[in-house]
Design a protein around this ligand. Structure first.
Ligand SMILES: [Cu+2]
Length: 356
């Protein structure tokens, strides 16, 4: 702003007149532009209900925290400048709940930040709270429970903010693949929580599995005490995720980690990744063979499907920097029809948003 004023002061009076006319028309253009961008901004109204349900994300059945009966919770898609309204009903019988929108700045709406006992009281059982905030900046984000260890119980999902209507991304791609990564413990969150705050301290150990979009594979033969909860490796809920892609196209992978403990490493067989975004910020593109990702981080990576187009490729996610006791999470990047018998599990499931 200062340099703009300085430039005007250098002008002759004749030029000033021309300039003031053009400044006026520029201002008018800005106003019109401002109104038109306001007009294109949308409001997304969502009705969510948080409850417990039984699920077998990695073949071992346990209680998970779900939104509208889904784990992970529904993906929010918005454009920069849109308003998101989430009417959140707490249907957990005996505990409060909040949801934090990780990466959203909440300018002017601090009460919607969803941090329990800081920006709001937990929403009581059977009560509803309305979160209303602006998706202020394009980027790859997520949301998660922010009370006790509810995030570790599975209360999370994706929040994808695209560029404003009429604007273009700085890089080109043909499709998107979203990968929400998490670590998964079979012990319930209350046993973990009491152990971690006990004296003597009771360490939670390594996660039993890693999940990609809420799906992982635990080897049920290792299950020591199944109790009433079943472990079934043929359960369709834990069959490997398949991302179908077309040959010779560029895809934007949006990779998000919501782990409790694990730092992760991700690699795709025979493919390099070009990192273009980190935590909602564009970065100077750089190319890697594999990438580390820490809890709460998000990245966008471009991959081009130009390698061995007649075969499928594994996407592998492993724990970094700790004893490798947790088996990697695997997904398949498929470029052709996949015969079921080629996989260690009887059936396969498709990536939810990536049918290309
Ligand atoms: Cu967060």
């Amino acid at each position: 702003m200062k340099s703009f004023l300085f430039t005007i002061m250098q002008l002759t009076s004749e030029k000033k007149r021309t300039m003031s006319t053009s400044v006026f028309s520029c201002f008018a253009t800005l106003l019109v532009f401002g109104f038109s961008s306001l007009a294109s901004a949308k409001t997304h109204h969502l009705h969510w209900e948080v409850s417990y349900m039984f699920a077998s994300p990695d073949c071992q059945e346990k209680l998970v925290m779900a939104i509208n009966g889904q784990f992970p919770g529904p993906t929010i898609h918005a454009k920069a400048g849109d308003t998101v309204v989430v009417e959140l009903k707490n249907s957990l019988p005996t505990e409060g709940v909040v949801i934090h929108w990780h990466g959203i700045k909440q300018i002017g709406t601090p009460w919607a930040d969803g941090t329990a006992l800081i920006s709001q009281c937990p929403i009581k059982p059977d009560e509803t709270f309305v979160y209303k905030f602006q998706a202020d900046k394009a980027g790859t984000y997520f949301y998660h429970g922010h009370y006790g260890m509810q995030r570790a119980a599975g209360l999370y999902g994706l929040l994808i903010v695209d560029v404003k209507e009429g604007e273009k991304e700085k890089f080109k791609y043909d499709g998107e693949i979203n990968m929400l990564l998490s670590d998964w413990y079979h012990q319930d969150i209350y046993t973990q929580m009491v152990g971690l705050s006990s004296n003597p301290f009771r360490w939670i150990g390594e996660p039993q599995s890693l999940l990609i979009n809420g799906v992982g594979q635990f080897n049920c033969s290792l299950a020591t005490n199944q109790g009433i909860n079943k472990c079934n490796m043929e359960n369709v809920q834990c069959s490997p995720m398949v991302f179908k892609v077309m040959p010779n196209k560029t895809y934007r992978l949006r990779i998000i980690s919501t782990t409790s403990l694990s730092s992760l490493n991700l690699a795709i067989g025979n493919h390099k990744m070009t990192i273009v975004e980190a935590d909602g910020n564009y970065v100077d593109p750089f190319t890697v063979d594999d990438m580390d990702i820490y809890s709460g981080d998000s990245y966008s990576a471009l991959i081009t499907t130009d390698q061995h187009v007649s075969s499928n490729h594994w996407i592998s996610v492993g724990v970094r920097g700790r004893q490798p006791k947790t088996p990697p999470a695997l997904a398949i990047r498929a470029v052709k029809r996949i015969p079921f018998q080629r996989f260690p599990f009887r059936s396969v499931r498709n990536g939810t948003e990536t049918e290309w």
